[in-house]
Design a protein. Structure first.
Length: 295
């Protein structure tokens, strides 16, 4: 492992950090009480201080390169053939599977409704936000405009991620039914919807919006989306977001629980989940070696 990557890993091991907290937040760092315990935020600040501010494309590329290097180093320590995993991931069968899932998600009416809401909401609030340069809104109104604009793009993105995770067929057999990525993504979407609906009500109250105004149809669409997300992901609100939904951690307690590790369960359930994961890894390793032996 090269020195830069070793430094990155060492910083990530800081016991004060909350693992994975940045995966299930709303990315409004200026409002977040956890920035001092968020590895993603601290790394961004570190880059800013070093004068190495990069574009989103450059950051994404670097993160992918770093993730690949970390996986390769982990596989080497575990005696797993990383190149075989890479070949399988780049195979025609893998690409075909991803394309099938993409097609299923793209055709889902829930994602279509979320994308339609996103466009309608942005078209409404973007001119209002631009008007802020010439007109001083009441603080609550200005905050509502920014909230609606911020979440207009996040809502369909999180719903799409949740639908993709639900549609994937290669999930580990021992994955927790609640503490998983699609439930976490759906919960973030529903929380963003709730904040957006509150913001729309603020705008309606400030502008004395008539009950039959066309703008209310956009909000009705968002309410319908929320009901559909709740029906599609009935366990989403039980997902425990690292830090945010853990009072003891929020109060300063340390934690090393991974985002998908079950919370609030008994010792017996923890042992059962742990043994299930170990057996699953053994089966996958045996299966990989069997495939190699038959080649």
């Amino acid at each position: 492992m090269d020195p830069e990557l070793e430094g990155y890993v060492a910083r990530a091991r800081d016991p004060l950090l909350i693992p994975g907290i940045y995966n299930y937040c709303h990315h409004r760092c200026e409002q977040c009480p956890f920035t001092g315990r968020c590895f993603s935020f601290l790394e961004e600040q570190r880059d800013a201080r070093s004068g190495s501010a990069r574009s989103l494309t450059d950051r994404t590329s670097q993160n992918l390169t770093r993730a690949t290097a970390l996986m390769e180093a982990w596989c080497e320590r575990q005696g797993i053939d990383f190149e075989e995993i890479r070949r399988e991931a780049q195979s025609e069968a893998a690409h075909a599977a991803h394309e099938r899932i993409d097609a299923v998600v793209d055709r889902d009416p829930l994602l279509g409704a979320a994308l339609q809401y996103s466009k309608e909401a942005y078209d409404i609030v973007d001119p209002l936000d631009n008007l802020s340069r010439f007109h001083e809104w009441a603080p609550a109104v200005g905050a509502a405009i920014k909230t609606i604009a911020w979440y207009s793009g996040m809502i369909p993105a999180k719903i799409g991620r949740a639908l993709y995770g639900l549609a994937a067929q290669d999930r580990p057999f021992d994955e927790d039914p609640v503490q998983n990525d699609w439930n976490g993504s759906a919960k973030v979407a529903r929380l963003a919807i709730a904040e957006s609906l509150d913001a729309w009500r603020t705008l309606f109250d400030a502008g004395d919006t008539p009950t039959d105004a066309s703008i209310r149809q956009t909000v009705a669409r968002l309410e319908s989306i929320d009901r559909d997300v709740a029906a599609c992901f009935p366990l989403a609100m039980e997902f425990v977001r690292p830090g945010f939904d853990e009072p003891a951690v929020a109060a300063g307690a340390l934690t090393r629980l991974a985002p998908f590790e079950p919370r609030g369960c008994t010792i017996r359930r923890r042992l059962k989940c742990w043994s299930s994961r170990v057996l699953g890894r053994l089966r996958r390793l045996i299966g990989a070696r069997t495939r190699r032996a038959t080649l």
